[in-house]
Design a protein around this ligand. Structure first.
Ligand code: SF4
Ligand code: SF4
Length: 176
């Protein structure tokens, strides 16, 4: 197995574990706030998405599957993101009308854990979930452990921002 294949396989396992935790929460809480159309977190990123190589590979494949007009839109947004100096940042993959993700099946790990995972010292919730936490409406929730996910992501190698991957991670420099 090549180094890239190992990274992809480790990412598969992380995604599976995250999916199981998220499914478990959703099974217990059918009224959970995170759903299609709720896109506040995609519109108000604290920083441009930071991605490991295996995450970028999936995103790149998903990007290539999109129509050319959509690809042009995304590239233009990525350029805007590259020059933006202050947040909040809006994700280039957000379908604004529907509040949906254009690369949903390939979205990075951070997009899957946000809203369902928390770190040891911080909630890191969006304001809507924070409100519910403040009202103790989510006391019985078994949150995912963000610290563990971060550690496992570190094992996939260093990260680059989305604009950096678009600039550096072309087909020439990444074995896909
Ligand atoms: S994290 Fe917050 S803004 Fe994002 S989908 Fe969930 S409820 Fe909506
Ligand atoms: S990749 Fe998709 S889910 Fe993640 S921030 Fe962008 S639009 Fe939202």
């Amino acid at each position: 197995m090549t180094h890239e294949q190992q990274g992809s396989s480790r990412l598969d396992q992380i995604l599976l574990d995250v999916e199981q935790r998220v499914d478990s929460i959703l099974t217990q809480r059918s009224d959970w706030l995170c759903r299609k159309g709720c896109d506040g977190c995609c519109r108000r990123l604290a920083e441009p998405p930071q991605l490991t190589l295996p995450e970028w590979e999936r995103i790149w494949h998903a990007f290539l599957e999109l129509s050319e007009p959509l690809q042009r839109t995304i590239r233009a947004r990525v350029e805007t993101l590259r020059t933006q100096t202050h947040g909040p940042f809006s994700c280039p993959f957000l379908q604004h009308h529907e509040g949906a993700c254009m690369i949903y099946a390939a979205r990075p790990v951070a997009c899957r854990t946000y809203g369902f995972y928390r770190s040891r010292d911080q909630g890191l919730y969006c304001k809507d979930i924070q409100r519910e936490v403040d009202h103790r409406a989510l006391d019985d929730v078994v949150w995912g452990n963000q610290d563990v996910v971060d550690l496992r992501l570190k094992g996939l190698g260093s990260t680059r921002s989305l604009p950096q991957w678009f600039r550096d991670g072309s087909m020439d420099s990444v074995t896909l």
